[in-house]
Design a protein around this ligand. Structure first.
Ligand code: HEC
Length: 180
């Protein structure tokens, strides 16, 4: 028997109370899941927006400012931009190689998410993501494919010449905070 608000409660009543408790608990956890899903979806949207911004800029710069292999590569200029965005605490972006022959060794995919993501991009996916926790913070790790978008890419990356059209030769790897 359980005493509720000064009255004795029967077994049936306890069951009812439990049922109400479970229902409100699951409603609360459903709401928490919905909020978490909405937060993850906002982070995905941020990645897609950044991806269009970065890739469009890289293509515009390569089209209009890169003449030959002595020109400053958009890839090099954007490493400085990526560092600035990281230093300002917005997000992290890595320019990754998917061919096994990077221009710069530091663009090799690291063990873990980067290698898993590159594998899936090589299999034909264009967007891969995973949610990770670090202490009480959550992040969306995402990778988006970079195909050979124009002949000019080959001026500096000879190894892209024989790659099938549309196949990923690299990726942008993102780490964006998930804000509930
Ligand atoms: C003017 C020479 C040049 C051109 C043109 C060029 N790149 Fe690069 N690319 C570089 C250099 C240099 C790096 C290394 C940048 C760094 O991380 O320091 C690089 C890095 C990369 C990377 C990272 C992996 C690696 O090799 O280090 C990818 C992916 C990439 N470029 C794709 C492209 C694509 C796609 C195009 C065409 C839109 C392109 N590049 C055009 C010079 C060039």
């Amino acid at each position: 028997m359980l005493q509720v608000s000064g009255k004795w409660c029967s077994a049936a009543c306890v069951l009812t109370l439990c049922a109400v408790g479970v229902a409100s608990y699951s409603a609360a956890s459903e709401k928490a899941t919905a909020t978490a899903d909405a937060a993850t979806e906002r982070a995905r949207r941020e990645v897609r927006m950044l991806d269009d911004l970065y890739k469009t800029s890289i293509v515009l710069i390569t089209t209009h400012y890169v003449d030959d292999d002595k020109s400053l590569a958009a890839g090099s200029a954007f490493q400085a931009l990526f560092q600035a965005m990281k230093d300002k605490g917005w997000h992290e972006v890595r320019l990754l190689d998917a061919t096994g022959h990077p221009y710069n060794e530091k663009n090799k995919p690291a063990e873990g998410f980067e290698k898993r993501a590159i594998q899936q991009l090589l299999e034909g996916k264009t967007f891969v993501d995973e949610v990770v926790r670090e202490g009480d913070k959550k992040f969306l790790l995402a990778a988006t494919a970079i195909p050979v978008v124009m002949d000019k890419c080959i001026v500096c990356h000879e190894n892209y010449r024989d790659v099938k059209k549309g196949k990923a030769i690299g990726a942008l790897g993102y780490k964006v905070p998930i804000l509930d």
